[in-house]
Design a protein around this ligand. Structure first.
Ligand code: ZN
Length: 163
């Protein structure tokens, strides 16, 4: 029996709509200026029209660090760990919670940013926003530079008997 190429490819499987369907993504990402172009690349496998060749190339390189899973957008860090991409509306709550909330502690901005990343949250202006937020935190301004206690002066004391 001679097997044709069509049979070898099992052409019926290519018509399976589920496998060929374009991935769905939450509308919030498509409307976000941070992610709209990236989502276009991920959904259409090409850069949006009207961009220069350099910008298209840059965008494709950037998009290679993102992926869509269950309609959500994820950013892959240098260790290959997927971090949840947040939209602008969601960042404020995360900033408040991780700096001044229950899991906060009014830490230095770099430590706060590190905490957010370790909790697997990401957005493009994360470091700038965290720094701005911490610098404008009233409690942190009051206690700035007063976190460390000065060493007490050494004093001589006499002992009456050995310990
Ligand atoms: Zn603070």
């Amino acid at each position: 029996m001679i097997e044709t190429n069509f049979q070898a490819l099992d052409i019926n499987e290519l018509d399976n709509e589920e496998e060929m369907a374009t991935p769905q993504i939450n509308q919030a990402f498509l409307q976000s200026p941070w992610y709209a172009d990236l989502c276009f690349v991920l959904l259409n496998l090409q850069a949006p029209p009207g961009l220069s060749r350099t910008k298209k190339r840059f965008l494709k390189m950037k998009a290679s660090k993102f992926c869509i899973i269950d309609s959500s957008l994820f950013w892959k860090n240098h260790e290959g760990i997927l971090l949840n991409c947040l939209t602008l509306d969601e960042t404020d709550d995360v900033l408040k919670e991780f700096h001044a909330g229950d899991c906060g502690g009014h830490l230095y901005w770099k430590s706060t940013a590190d905490k957010i990343l370790r909790a697997r949250f990401y957005w493009p202006s994360l470091f700038t926003d965290v720094k701005k937020f911490v610098m404008s935190c009233h409690k942190c301004q009051i206690f700035e530079g007063k976190r460390k206690l000065l060493p007490l002066p050494l004093k001589h004391f006499s002992t009456e008997r050995p310990f």
